[in-house]
Design a protein around this ligand. Structure first.
Ligand SMILES: Nc1ncnc2c1ncn2[C@@H]1O[C@H](COP(=O)(O)OP(=O)(O)OP(=O)(O)O)[C@@H](O)[C@H]1O
Length: 262
């Protein structure tokens, strides 16, 4: 049987008294597209940051490329592409300068970086801004810059936190197609998104994180069991959400300065 490219065992993390991850377990196999979903604040970004070595787990094991995370530290980063949920771009740099900076961190040479990043920007239809400062980029353009910089060094596994953030409908189609083509290239993709119909259609396997643990793990057809509904229905059911009307009413009452019990 194929060995996992990434394995997480009993991962725990608290911030003060906030127990975010209470024992997370999952394995990812080479070539899989994994959709990692959960409510706001569930701990998705926290999980990814620990896999990337940006945050220290309280306990548990992370094995990546067959080795415990710590031992891997220096080598494995070249094989990973990361799109963070929120990134501070270097506003005063142009896109070209930013890609040169990132690419050189990965040991790429200048002309390769320029050629590749320009072509990738062209594929995303933003090449006319190649020499413009990032401070002038729109939200969607910034997201495209992050996606490009995660792929410049042709990594084996991608961690994309909310890759569709701020992208227009045409660009979402390009990213969906890109994910499918990266999979055909043998890449492994671990991404989180709140856009349920995309996750439903695009993921080989879906992991649902709720209350600090994985409550569903499998292809959509398997985790939906007999149910007829969409991933959105399943997500709402598993994360215990049926109070949208009441919450919206409470919100409007609060806005109007009325007592919610009135
Ligand atoms: N550095 C930190 N210090 C304190 N608390 C933190 C820190 N980072 C994250 N948290 C808390 O951990 C919880 C999980 O946050 P995380 O960003 O992982 O959620 P998420 O699932 O990615 O949410 P979203 O869907 O809103 O992006 C939240 O309650 C958050 O406030």
């Amino acid at each position: 049987m194929m060995l996992p490219i990434l394995e997480i065992k009993n991962l725990k993390k608290s911030f003060g008294s906030n127990e975010v991850l209470k024992g997370v377990d999952f394995a990812v196999y080479p070539g899989e597209i994994i959709g990692y979903i959960g409510t706001n604040g569930a701990g998705k970004s926290t999980t990814v940051k620990m896999i990337l070595g940006l945050l220290k787990p309280d306990s548990g094991e992370i094995t990546i490329f067959g080795k415990p995370l710590i031992q891997n530290e220096t080598v494995y980063k070249n094989r990973i592409g990361y799109v963070p949920e929120n990134a501070d771009l270097y506003e005063t740099l142009t896109a070209e300068e930013y890609f040169l900076f990132v690419g050189q961190l990965y040991g790429l040479n200048e002309s390769d970086i320029q050629q590749k990043s320009f072509a990738m920007m062209a594929a995303m239809k933003i090449e006319s801004a190649f020499r413009n400062r990032l401070s002038t980029f729109s939200k969607g353009m910034r997201q495209k810059v992050l996606i490009i910089s995660s792929l410049l060094h042709n990594p084996d596994i991608l961690f994309w936190d909310e890759p569709l953030n701020g992208l227009d409908a045409n660009s979402v189609l390009v990213i969906k197609e890109l994910l499918a083509q990266l999979k055909m290239e043998g890449k492994t993709i671990f991404y989180s998104s709140h856009i349920m119909d995309t996750v439903e259609k695009l993921s080989d396997r879906i992991l649902i994180l709720n209350n600090g643990q994985i409550v569903a793990d499998g292809p959509f057809n398997e985790i939906r069991h007999e149910a007829e509904g969409t991933l959105e229905d399943l997500f709402n059911e598993l994360t215990g959400f049926d109070e949208q009307q009441q919450l919206a009413q409470d919100f409007v009452q609060a806005m109007k300065g009325e007592d919610s019990d009135a």
